[in-house]
Each structure stands twice: as C-alpha cells, then as structure tokens.
Write a protein that binds this ligand. Structure first.
Ligand SMILES: [Zn+2]
Length: 259
C-alpha cells in the first residue's frame, strides 16, 4: 500500500453509518469526505433544519414526553423553533413514539470493536433515540429529508447501526433488535419498512463489514471513483474528484470577495 494512503486509513479504520454508506456508493467519495475530511465542493444542502429538529426532540424527551403539548410549545419557543414546520415534525414523531417503555436514551453514542485480523476495525454510531419496550431494542433514526430506501435493511447506514446496536442487546436483556426510520418531513407519506435483523442477519452484516475493510486494504489505497454520471451527478465532491463523470466548478472556489 502506498505510504501516504495508508497513513490516512490508519491501522484501525473506523466505520460509521454515513461513512460506510458513502464507501458503498463510491470509494473516492469515502476517501475525500471521511479520510481527507475535505469540505464539500458542490453541496448547497443545509443541515440546519435537521439539526434543529434532532436537538428539539432530545430536549423534549429529556424534560418529559412528546405527547405533552404544553412542554413541546415551551421547548420550541424557548429556542426560537416555534415555527409551523418544526412543530409539525415533532408531532409526526409523537405519533410514532412508544407510549410505554422500560428504558430510553437520546443521541446515544455507541461503538463496537471488531478485533480479529485481517479486518480489524471500529464501528461507531450516534443513535437518535433508543427505546426498550416489549422485549425489543427499538432504535429510531429521525429523517428530515426524502425517503431513499423502502426497506431500512437495504440502507448500508442502517446495517452499521445494527452491527453496533447488536453488541448492546445483552445489556438490555433482549435478543430482538429493530432499526426504524421516522420520516418527519410533512411531504413524506409513509416510513420505510423497519429492519429487524435476526442472528443470521447480524452475522452476515459482520462479514459484510469485514469484507469492506479487507477490500480497502487490498485496493492499495487507490480509492478509485465510480465514474458514472448517475452517481457522480449528485455527488457533493464531483468538482474536485479526479474520477468524476460530471465535473463542475467548485462552489466554494467561486466565492466573490468584491472588486
Ligand atoms: Zn417521543
């Protein structure tokens, strides 16, 4: 492996839900975003709404229950978030929220180490909400954008979440895991089918992630881009990518500083 590439990958790579999803999409996207940590050259996407809704949901649940409308109004107003869309998104969550649970946590950081060579890696995930109820560890991922998968189990990001969560099933005394996406944007009619992996599914995910790590090592650190217009056309790094099929002018390179 080339020395400069190996130093970026590190001796123990880390996979997160988003980094693995990007790796599955394009090796070079993974390299630019997660190893080089470059700013996106072509993204006009603002994460502000999503971050705000996530923060409000955590605060509401830290202080009470989301079915308490007075509490919801108070929390949103206290943070200048009492606009119609944010309120509607919180209400869409409230309709999906378990009413009875044994344990819960919000914005929970979880990690899992896969120590067996030749595919040693860490997996790390921040889970928006975890509810333990009815013998299920029920992990929720709040989504404020469009539906991208009809079945959560098809999303590589959810597979990393399941891998990390599986390590913690014993601690909560259950063997049942569910990963569910809550689509909170008013224009989304239906959530995708939740992912409820069994032991066989979880073993398959472990092998899948090990294979991905082994493939990164075996690729000699090249991280070659897919060079397909359908993939590159919506890539936030397409204008600074050697292998882009649809290069353009980087947005951040066209900033004007006046005459
Ligand atoms: Zn709730």
């Amino acid at each position: 492996m080339k020395p400069q590439m190996r130093s970026l990958l590190g001796d123990i790579p880390t996979l997160t839900p988003s980094s693995y999803a990007n790796l599955k999409r394009c090796d070079r996207l993974y390299w630019q975003k997660h190893l080089l940590r470059l700013p996106a050259s072509d993204s006009q996407f603002s994460p502000d709404r999503g971050l705000l809704v996530h923060a409000m949901l955590k605060m509401i649940h830290d202080q009470g229950v989301c079915s308490d409308l007075d509490l919801v109004h108070d929390v949103l107003a206290a943070h200048g978030a009492d606009d119609e869309i944010t309120f509607e998104m919180v209400q869409r969550h409230a309709r999906r929220c378990p009413r009875i649970w044994e344990r819960c946590g919000h914005e929970v950081d979880l990690s899992r180490f896969q120590p067996l060579p030749p595919a040693v890696f860490f997996a790390h995930a921040r889970i928006d909400a975890i509810w333990v109820h009815d013998g299920i560890l029920d992990a929720r991922d709040y989504k404020t954008g469009a539906v991208q998968f009809n079945y959560v189990g098809d999303d590589p990001a959810a597979r990393v979440q399941a891998f990390v969560l599986a390590k913690h099933l014993d601690r909560v005394g259950t063997t049942r895991l569910r990963v569910r996406y809550e689509h909170l944007a008013p224009e989304v009619d239906e959530d995708p089918e939740p992912f409820e992996p069994d032991a066989q599914d979880l073993a398959a995910i472990t092998e899948e992630l090990k294979d991905a790590v082994k493939r990164m090592w075996a690729s000699e650190g090249e991280f070659t881009g897919v060079n397909e217009p359908a993939v590159c056309g919506s890539c936030a790094y397409r204008s600074i990518c050697r292998d882009s099929a649809t290069p353009s002018e980087p947005i951040w390179a066209s900033l004007s500083f006046g005459p």
